[in-house]
Design a protein around this ligand. Structure first.
Ligand code: IMP
Ligand code: MG
Length: 179
């Protein structure tokens, strides 16, 4: 049952089907490129559920690691500044790194991440993003695999939060503006 104040944007079933499609495409592409070990790098905290589902559907060997960045102080306002708050556990040099991110909004977070990770000389560096709000984009950034394009609304669930709430909802919903 949806939480009453949320409007469902993407149902559990819709997300499941799209994640399965992405996994097929990603597995196919890496295999075609001769890659047999993908280093999946989830961006905490928002991507943890997406990474869990996507990683289990890939059909090639993969490892999982996490990085944590901070761009929003709290709620839905942006400070503009991106900060690395947790780094990977192993050097990325020579690895086929796939960044798994929940959402690209202004693009600042992913842009920053691509820059700092490229400097570590991975064998390849790609991105898989569940959601993208094109209307909000300020910094063009590289999205290799995209789940859904969505309107300029604050969304929650499936890992995404609003003031730390709603993260574990199985669907993606829109938070209604307060009356
Ligand atoms: P960007 O740097 O502006 O692209 O912001 C990316 C980050 O902001 C994401 O990784 C999310 O953590 C957060 N974010 C942006 N839009 C939303 C939203 O609608 N719901 C939840 N988190 C969001
Ligand atoms: Mg995020």
């Amino acid at each position: 049952m949806p939480t009453p104040e949320l409007e469902v944007l993407l149902s559990e079933e819709t997300i499941r089907e799209r994640v399965a499609e992405l996994a097929i495409q990603i597995s196919h592409d890496y295999k075609a490129e001769g890659v047999d070990d993908v280093y999946m790098l989830g961006v905490l905290r928002g991507a943890f559920i997406f990474l869990a589902d996507l990683s289990r559907r890939l059909t090639l060997p993969r490892r999982v690691d996490f990085i944590a960045l901070s761009s929003y102080e709290d709620a839905s306002t942006t400070s503009g500044a991106v900060r690395l708050v947790l780094d990977v556990r192993a050097p990325l040099r020579g690895k086929h790194v796939l960044i798994v991110e929940d959402i690209v909004d202004s693009g600042k977070t992913l842009d920053y991440l691509l820059k700092i990770l490229a400097a570590r000389e991975p064998a390849s560096l790609k991105t898989c993003v569940l959601l993208h709000k094109p209307e909000r984009l300020e910094v063009p950034t590289r999205i290799d695999y995209l789940g859904f394009t969505i309107p300029d609304k604050w969304v929650v669930g499936y890992g995404l939060d609003y003031t730390d709430r709603y993260r574990t909802l199985p669907y993606i919903g829109v938070v209604q503006p307060e009356r």
